[in-house]
Design a binder for this molecule. Structure first.
Ligand SMILES: Nc1ncnc2c1ncn2[C@@H]1O[C@H](COP(=O)(O)OP(=O)(O)OP(=O)(O)O)[C@@H](O)[C@H]1O
Ligand SMILES: [Mg+2]
Length: 239
């Protein structure tokens, strides 16, 4: 039997995206979500983590760029239709955590402390899905490209060894060319999802999503257009 038929998938719960991914993210995969500034990386990945917890698969959303409070405030305003979110968070099946803001990654020791904290959080609710939003700041917390690449590789390989499925967000001004800050991101990750802005409407917020790579599974090449609505991210009607 082909591997794609045996591998379990974690559905994103986002209509259209799951079809692109042939059912969802392959379990245990390390995914990179690349998108332009303001395109929807935080909202989309938050929704995937929320949906996972809602379906009984505990998740951890690690906010790296903003505090947990400001994140949740914005999510509540962007997605007022997310019923039961507070309950999932209270029960810890959906764990929203923030990085210690004084954290640096200049030495291996700092990185190990950070990874140990993530491992502790993963164990605390037996998280099956981890989102890191985002690692863009990581480059500014280390001195050079080599240290950045090694740090990222250490993170990704730790998550892989833990068996956790992860989605790591990164900002890129030109995601169609996968213009990434490091040297080897494309080979480090099992799958890459690209988000680009779709500038057609002023009153609604749309974005294009496409898959540039996905190991262990079939996937669709053609991009889809998604819409950010108060009830979550939806497939644009005229798709
Ligand atoms: N509270 C909100 N109410 C209405 N629309 C919102 C709200 N929050 C975000 N949006 C819309 O959704 C878009 C995507 O926001 P999101 O924060 O997910 O983008 P991002 O790619 O994570 O951005 P950044 O590069 O700043 O991290 C925003 O550009 C904005 O138009
Ligand atoms: Mg963001």
């Amino acid at each position: 039997m082909a591997q794609s038929e045996t591998l379990n998938k974690i559905p994103t719960g986002i209509p259209g995206l799951d079809e692109l991914l042939s059912g969802g993210v392959p379990e245990g995969s390390q995914m990179l979500l690349v998108g332009e500034p303001g395109v929807g990386k935080t909202l989309l990945s938050f929704e995937v983590a929320y949906n996972s917890a809602k379906e009984g698969r505990p998740s951890l959303f690690m906010t790296m760029d903003q505090s947990k409070n400001s994140l949740l405030k914005n999510i509540n305003s962007a997605f007022p239709g997310f019923d039961g979110m507070k309950d999932l968070i209270d029960k810890n099946s959906f764990n929203v955590a923030e990085r210690a803001m004084d954290m640096e990654f200049k030495s291996r020791e700092n990185l190990v402390i950070f990874v140990a904290e993530i491992m502790r959080l993963i164990k605390s609710n037996n998280a099956k899905l981890l989102v890191m939003d985002s690692i863009s700041l990581l480059r500014s917390l280390v001195d050079d490209d080599r240290t950045y690449t090694r740090a990222l590789n250490f993170l990704v390989e730790t998550f892989r060894n833990l068996g956790v499925t992860s989605i790591i967000n990164i900002e890129s001004r030109n995601p169609t060319k996968t213009d990434l800050p490091g040297l080897y991101e494309e080979s480090m990750f099992d799958g890459i999802v690209l988000l680009t802005k779709y500038r057609k409407s002023e009153e609604s917020q749309f974005l294009n999503a496409s898959i540039s790579k996905l190991r262990y599974s079939k996937y669709r090449n053609s991009p889809i257009t998604l819409e950010i609505t108060p009830n979550g991210i939806m497939l644009k009607k005229s798709n």
